[in-house]
Design a protein. Sequence first.
Length: 609
Amino acid sequence: MCGIVGYTGPRRAVPILLGGLAKLEYRGYDSAGIAVLEDGVIKVHKQAGKLAGLAERLQGYNGQARTGIGHTRWATHGRPSDTNAHPHSDCSGRFAVVHNGIIENYLELREWLGSQGHQFTSETDTEVLPHLVEHFYQGDLVEAVRRVVERIRGSYAMVVLSADKPDKLVAVRQDSPLVVGLGQGENFLASDIPALLAHTRRTYILDDGEMAVLTPEEVKIFNRCGEPVEKRVFEVKWEAAQAEKNGFAHFMLKEIHEQPRALRDTLKGRLAGDDSAVVLKELEIDDGKLRSLRKIFITACGTAYHAGLVGKYVIEQLARVPVEVDIASEFRYRQPLIDEGTLVIVISQSGETADTLAALREARRLGAPVLAVTNVVDSSIAREADHVLYTWAGPEIAVASTKAYTTQLVAMYLIALHLATVRGTITLEERRTIIKELKQLDSRAELILSNGHLIRDLARMYGGAEDVFFIGRGLDHAVALEGSLKLKEISYIHAEAYAAGELKHGTLALIEKGVPVVALATQKNLFEKTLSNIKEVKARDATVIALAMEGQKELEKVADHVLYIPPTNPVLAPVLAVIPLQLLAYQMAVVRGCDVDQPRNLAKSVTVE
Ligand code: F6R
């Protein structure tokens, strides 16, 4: 989704702003722009398309501006175009604003500003902001921005640059992330940490309703009432290199290959030395409460929702408590039946997804304790949940989620095992067996990755497909959904996933000669059933790529191709089964020449509804 950067200090602002925006490209965008202050005049450079186009236009630009703001826009209100790109300015050109989020009452504000003589040049909701600043400005920029905030409704992270205040930036946040980077004699702003790492690791993470006023020498933070706030400095621990490609052609490929490490890190410190139990210090819910839980709700979006589907199977199977899984954008509006006897688990890689955050708030409002599973320390979701279980996948840059998903699965196993232990639904021996297998997932994932060339060959054969179907039963169905999402989002091939037994209730009509069907058959107890579904599609001349655990030789007689994963406990199979599907999606997208890391129309972190 949109990205924001800001700089004030002694260095030339343009390269710093462009460098920062480049680090935010992964969030997804369709236009880019910067505004800098030069000799008391604000100069705006912006255009539709990739950042490289803007950078090319600014090549040889020798301006000496020391303060500026920048933005990558992902269109919501108004199509992608030069005029709709940010920054936006007021009538006088004395103010420039970048904004992430949505100003919900912009139409009424636009009408009112129009009646006051303001002229608009774009179709965006954002453009009301600089005009409002202009309207309220009487020499005090902070006060003007405060008055703007009183008039707007919606979600926003915005930064204001003023021609009258040469080294000052004023920023506010409500429901959209914004981080201050603390330098020496210079300060920075960004919507996301990777944009700051080339300059500093010391940050302030703004809370909702907070305002930051930056000059090169200092950063002041105020709350909603205008009172000064003492912020805790948040030190970013991960390395800048973790947000680089490290020799891989794409971030997605790098992140797929990081999974063995990410799985290890997510398990680290959470297993008892003798493999007898999981140790979840983060889950400070007392055992009595866990024993008396009547229901668990899992809510999330996209890939994280798919991790929730695996969570349902595993928690119900091991801990024998009913689990309902819901898409966050549905959950938040459907008056879910939850109370204090319900545990709500929200899953979010970014910790900033607007719908998931709203679902969390709704659950808390209804009195349920909320456990967040997230990858981003101090994200909004982490801060608002009652309990947090971090996945330690490290920064995920590619839009298509890979290592976040497999670490979310590990979090589901840890929660399920903990609940099962407390509720007495698992024996010590069963626990030990699963925990031992959990610890071997990393080496087994490595094995799958070392055979990646087989999948490249398949992608060459089927990269031209128009439709691909994914089928599976039980946990395999949950993984099939994720495999199909990966394929469609980055290769733009139409892909659908079905519970294998459901095919004959309609979808089988779409199966014809040569249509690729990816059939997952990793679940031993369902193997025979899935095998007959494979035979059903083969009888309609589909081309079957089967995925099973080693040893299922029978498949070779039926399927056109068989991919194997190393044997593991069936409940853990999703972690391994998804890896060939991630690689297949990746290789198909490469064969088709798609923009793997930044697929069209998609954003990494969906911070608007
Ligand atoms: C797909 C993908 C998305 C995200 C979804 C939720 O590859 O990445 O479907 O899973 O937007 O994002 P988070 O997990 O950040 O809440």
